[in-house]
Ligand binder design. Sequence first.
Ligand SMILES: NC(=O)c1ccc[n+]([C@@H]2O[C@H](COP(=O)([O-])OP(=O)(O)OC[C@H]3O[C@@H](n4cnc5c(N)ncnc54)[C@H](OP(=O)(O)O)[C@@H]3O)[C@@H](O)[C@H]2O)c1
Length: 250
Amino acid sequence: MSENQKKVWVTGASSGIGKAVAEKFAKENWKVAISARREELLNDMAKNSNIFAYPMDVTDQNKTQETFRRILKDFGEIDLCIFSSGTYERKSEKGLSVENVKKVIDVNFIGVVACVKSVQEYFQNKKSGHISIVSSPVGYRGLPKSSGYTASKASLNNFTQGIYFDFKKFNVRVTLISPGFIKTALTDKNEFKMPFLKDTNYAAEKIYDGLVNKNAFEIIFPPQIAFIYKVFQILPNKVYNYLVNRFVNK
Ligand SMILES: NC(=O)c1ccc[n+]([C@@H]2O[C@H](COP(=O)([O-])OP(=O)(O)OC[C@H]3O[C@@H](n4cnc5c(N)ncnc54)[C@H](OP(=O)(O)O)[C@@H]3O)[C@@H](O)[C@H]2O)c1
């Protein structure tokens, strides 16, 4: 390991986008701490000499705090965090279940807030560093059959934009990551044809490039989804509601 090797903490790293991103950073010779609940998957990834496993459940705030302390002790410093943990149960989203909405908000929103809280003091004292949050373009406007997921991502979008200002004062960069449809265990449950579906390697390349080589607040991909969502954001409710009702609400 070289002395100036950069260091990143990736959550939601046991599968899907988080896993591909962790492996991409390891390939680029970053030292990578990975977290998620499934320890055996993390241990398997940690066979890579640049990857180190730190299992945790993001709904356990004390454990999240303790995990970051352990990483910091082992790594000495952290340059970048990529918070990618998330859940989506398509079946439970169809009806309106208070329990499901609570569960999804707890993982997708409060879980990420807890991760940010665990690194806040460290980055604010360090006066440098970078926090990135994997949300979703669906957080920009409501969709049918998504009572919890889109609400959790809407919260995450606003939260990320809000803390962008708070951390900027401490010279800490905050980035919002908005992937379009990526083929993972999460989207494998979708029974509709997903437009512009990409694989996790594509997502990892885009995320790496956006975080390391570019400076924008939002990393949104692929370009077709970026364009559609730019338009969706400015459409009047009447037009947006008509389009979703006509083409999505089946
Ligand atoms: N795939 C897409 O098309 C897409 C599009 C937009 C946004 N996203 C977002 O991208 C992120 C990653 O999703 P993915 O598609 O890669 O799905 P995935 O393969 O299911 O990955 C989800 C990750 O989150 C972890 N996780 C879930 N609950 C957790 C908990 N309570 N504590 C700690 N870790 C937890 C999972 O690990 P364990 O089960 O081992 O804990 C897993 O590593 C999510 O935030 C998702 O909303 C995905």
